[in-house]
Design a protein around this ligand. Structure first.
Ligand code: NI
Length: 226
């Protein structure tokens, strides 16, 4: 009996070690190991929405529908929908202002891409941060944060229900991560860059850490379309 128990404990330890190993190799660049581990657990327990994984800049096939109408609140506290961005190509990132490392890097890349565009091109593009942390990301909090990156960047928040609905439509995975050793919680979230066109529809998905030049190329490919 005691022997069976010992084997069971050993198997459990081996399983956990394997999971840590998978998390280690499956880490996104710059992602803390603990976050990667949480992500693997989420995947195993089926809580994670799989993202279409494709290399580089991806044109979505016409049959694949991602995104759509949304109702949120902007950084000025005003209700907005996809119709407020009519005629604009949105370069969007789903993250949160308290993010310690990944979000600032990606938003910095988007801001750099905006500066690489000609003024005529940039006028047709709106950079945007959609928060997945509505609890802390109030319009004021978002406004101070996004304008730090780019004067034209908009911040979108809403009720937890509105944010959850948008995340569902855009297949954004996010989850609160609470740890006893830290006072502020973190948010685990997927990290794709979305190009959003008419009607809130996603027209291209860019992999995490796409360099500014890659973002510019994807934007130009969209602006050149009729
Ligand atoms: Ni983040």
């Amino acid at each position: 009996m005691q022997r069976a128990l010992r084997i069971l404990v050993l198997v459990l330890i081996a399983g956990l070690a394997a999971l840590w190993g998978i998390a280690w190799f499956g880490r996104e660049p710059g992602e803390p190991l603990t976050d990667a581990f949480t992500r693997q657990v989420a995947r195993l327990t089926g809580r994670e929405t799989p993202m279409p994984a494709t290399p580089g800049s991806v044109q979505l096939p016409g049959s694949m529908s991602l995104g759509g109408p949304f109702t949120l609140v902007n950084q000025d506290g005003r209700n907005v929908t996809q119709a407020d961005f009519k005629g604009q190509l949105m370069v969007a990132y789903f993250g949160y202002t308290f993010c310690p490392d990944v979000c600032p890097t990606e938003l910095g890349g988007i801001a750099s891409a905006m500066d690489l565009l000609t003024p005529e091109e940039a006028a047709r593009v709106t950079p945007a941060l959609f928060t997945i942390d509505p609890e802390r990301d109030t319009p004021d909090q978002l406004k101070a944060y996004v304008t730090n990156f780019h004067p034209r960047m908009v911040g979108l928040t809403g009720t937890p229900e509105q944010v959850a609905e948008v995340a569902r439509r855009f297949r954004v995975f996010y989850a609160k991560v609470e740890r006893p050793e830290i006072s502020e919680y973190l948010m685990d979230h997927s990290s794709f860059i979305y190009l959003i066109g008419e009607g809130g529809k996603v027209v291209a998905l860019l992999r995490p850490q796409t360099p500014p030049e890659g973002i510019v190329a994807a934007i130009r490919a969209q602006l050149g379309r009729p």
